[in-house]
Design a protein around this ligand. Structure first.
Ligand code: AR6
Length: 173
């Protein structure tokens, strides 16, 4: 049986087969969760990232985790919310979650922890992002592949959005 859970934690501290980084299209590091992951992984991470030649918005690429407690990092690039229509942003954010899970499956990984992609600097409204994230992961889990998914929340704002979405979802189903 697969599982889907969420909790307040620092993604650089969890022990998973892979953590999902909210990267930018260069894959060469940045601020926010991306910066925290690169700092914790050590300089070998950016060296491997350099060999990947970037990543398009909505796509996902995998590296090793180096000094992180998790074995791999799946790097995905979320939409910059204010730069496009809400519909386009939704399609791209959906693609981030789906492609990251596809990469995990392709690499035979069975536990994945996500950051809340695009909800920081990239400005995706958190309640809308929580809905896209949860719906996409839950739909993907209907696949027959067994995987444990954790949605990490760096603060209570993100946690409350996931909680609110699940309460409404459970109330309607
Ligand atoms: N563990 C878990 N979540 C975290 C952590 C952490 N250690 N640190 C931050 N978050 P952001 P984006 C949460 O801005 O919006 C970078 O510079 C944070 O609270 O990191 O996709 C990249 O290089 C928020 O909910 O990513 C890109 O240029 C979420 O992670 C750009 O930012 C995502 O916030 C990507 O922007």
């Amino acid at each position: 049986m697969s599982s889907l859970d969420f909790k307040v934690c620092d993604i650089t501290m969890v022990h998973y087969d892979a953590i999902v980084n909210a990267a930018n299209s260069t894959l060469l590091g940045g601020g926010g969760v991306d910066g925290a992951i690169h700092r914790a992984a050590g300089p070998q991470l950016v060296e491997e990232c350099r060999t990947l030649h970037g990543c398009k918005t909505g796509e996902a690429k995998i590296t090793l985790g180096y000094n992180l407690p998790s074995k791999h990092v799946i790097h995905t690039v979320g939409p910059v919310y204010p730069s496009m229509s809400p519909d386009e942003a939704k399609l791209l954010l959906t693609a981030c979650y789906r492609n990251s899970l596809d990469v995990a499956k392709k690499n035979n990984l069975h536990s994945v922890a996500f950051s809340a992609i695009s909800t920081g600097v990239y400005g995706y409204p958190i309640d809308d992002a929580a809905e896209v994230a949860m719906n996409t992961v839950a739909n993907w889990l209907e696949d027959d592949y067994q995987i444990d998914v954790l949605m990490t929340c760096f603060d209570n704002v993100v946690f409350s959005s996931y909680q609110r979405f699940l309460q409404e979802y459970n109330g309607n189903n």
